[in-house]
Design a protein around this ligand. Structure first.
Ligand code: DGL
Length: 272
């Protein structure tokens, strides 16, 4: 039955696990196949053509698992490749940008919204475009924060170095008095408390990973695609694939997900 097919989730590497984690929490009956493109990360400094080519290969790989839907769990890939994938696929596909933009457009009171993300996501202005469609008076300011990704991957989630970098990156958003800030990169929810401390409690932080899982649940419900049963023990409810060696991925995954991820298989993604 199609309802029992897995959800395919992909990202440029480990960051999309923040989206995986939300799907797992909000939809505990679903099977998930996760692909992290650890050999080709980061996407945040790459071109649209390259990112779209990578995304197509990953989708072809995920389709070998008969996934019922695809979640583009990477802000950069959502910014550059989602539209193409939507045109090409005959299964539903959802990215992380629209759900985050929607909630920010609704949440702001003073109309000033900040977006932080990779260089590629910020220069695409994709969040601005979506927010403007919903709230044409909103003033949106983007700021690329490229050092946040390596800081998170080094495990410096609560560290004076991360505090200092956050203060420097975020100062200009504080100066323009935003009241809503979108964490527009997969890694940023993991340093949410640092960002919250720097921005102050008046600023509402939007986590697209959470909003995407919520929207996905609604979408699958409407399409009658939600799983009807709890996958049993030994059913491989969660499967992980990576394009480079798996050990670092497994370590990171276990540091942020309380599930006990024992293995991730390496795949030659260039073959797809
Ligand atoms: N996953 C990416 C994103 O959300 C961040 C890491 C990268 O640059 O590939 O934009």
């Amino acid at each position: 039955m199609i309802q029992d097919a897995p959800i395919g989730v992909f990202d440029s590497g480990v960051g999309g696990l923040t989206v995986f984690r939300e799907i797992m929490r909000q939809m505990p009956n679903e099977k998930i196949v996760y692909f992290g493109d650890t050999a080709r990360v980061p996407y945040g400094s790459k071109s649209k053509d390259t990112i779209t080519r990578y995304a197509r290969q990953i989708v072809r790989f995920l389709q070998t698992h008969q996934v019922k839907t695809i979640v583009v769990a990477c802000n950069t890939a959502s910014a550059y490749a989602l539209e193409e994938l939507e045109k090409e696929l005959d299964i539903p596909v959802i990215g992380v940008v629209k759900p985050g933009a929607r909630v920010a457009a609704e949440a702001t009171r003073n109309g000033r919204i900040g977006v932080i993300g990779t260089e590629a996501t910020i220069s695409s202005s994709i969040y601005s475009q979506y927010i403007k469609e919903l709230n044409s008076n909103a003033i949106i300011s983007g700021k690329a924060c490229p050092l946040f990704v390596p800081l998170v991957e080094e495990g410096l989630l609560q560290d004076p170095v991360t505090d200092e970098i956050a203060k420097r990156y975020l100062a200009e958003l504080i100066d323009i008095d935003i009241d809503t800030l979108i964490l527009g990169c997969t890694h940023y929810p993991l340093i949410r408390s640092t960002i919250a401390k720097v921005m102050g409690e008046r600023v509402n932080l939007v986590n697209p990973a959470y909003e995407t899982a919520r929207e996905l649940k609604g979408m699958l419900g409407e399409m009658d695609l939600l799983s009807r049963s709890q996958p049993g023990l030994g059913s491989n409810q969660y499967q992980f694939y990576v394009s480079d060696k798996a050990d670092k991925f497994i370590r990171f995954a276990n540091s942020i997900i309380k599930y006990g991820i024992l293995s991730a298989k390496q795949v030659n993604i260039e073959e797809f």
